[in-house]
Write a protein that binds this ligand. Structure first.
Ligand code: SF4
Ligand code: SF4
Length: 110
C-alpha cells in the first residue's frame, strides 16, 4: 500500500513491493493456499489438476503453489488469477506474511 502525502515517518517507511516481480508468498508454505469461503461455483473454476489430493486447497509442488508461473524474485504471475482462492486476495504487499515470505526467499525487505 503506497504511503500518503503528509503521513508519519513510520508510514512512509512501509515497503511497497511489486508482486509481479516477487511471488514469494506463493512459494512459501505447503498448506498454502487453502480453500476457505469459496462457494461451489468458485471452486469449479479452478482446474482439477491444480487441486490438492485432499481437496484442501491448491496443490503445492516443488516448493511452490502449482498455479504459480515464472521465477520467484524475478517475474511471476498467478495462472488462475481470476479464480484464485480467497486467502490469496487477502495477501497484501508489505504485510507480516509478505515480509516473512520475502525474507525466506532472501528478497529485499524494503
Ligand atoms: S510476498 Fe508480498 S510482494 Fe511478494 S507476491 Fe506476496 S504479497 Fe506480493
Ligand atoms: S493461487 Fe495464485 S495467488 Fe494464490 S498462491 Fe497460487 S499462484 Fe499465488
Amino acid at each position: 500500500m503506497a504511503a500518503q502525502a503528509g503521513s508519519s515517518p513510520d508510514v512512509d517507511q512501509v515497503a511497497v513491493f511489486d508482486c509481479q516481480s516477487c511471488g514469494a508468498c506463493c512459494a512459501y508454505a505447503a498448506d498454502w493456499p487453502r480453500f476457505s469461503t469459496e462457494d461451489d461455483a468458485e471452486l469449479e473454476r479452478i482446474p482439477e489438476a491444480l487441486v490438492a489430493a485432499d481437496l484442501s486447497g491448491i496443490r503445492f509442488e516443488n516448493g511452490r503453489c502449482a498455479a504459480l508461473r515464472g521465477e520467484v524474485g524475478k517475474a511471476t504471475a498467478c495462472g488462475i488469477y481470476d479464480a484464485r482462492p480467497h486467502v490469496c486476495h487477502a495477501c497484501m504487499p508489505g504485510d507480516p506474511e509478505c515480509l516473512t515470505a520475502r525474507a525466506a526467499h532472501g528478497l529485499a525487505m524494503r
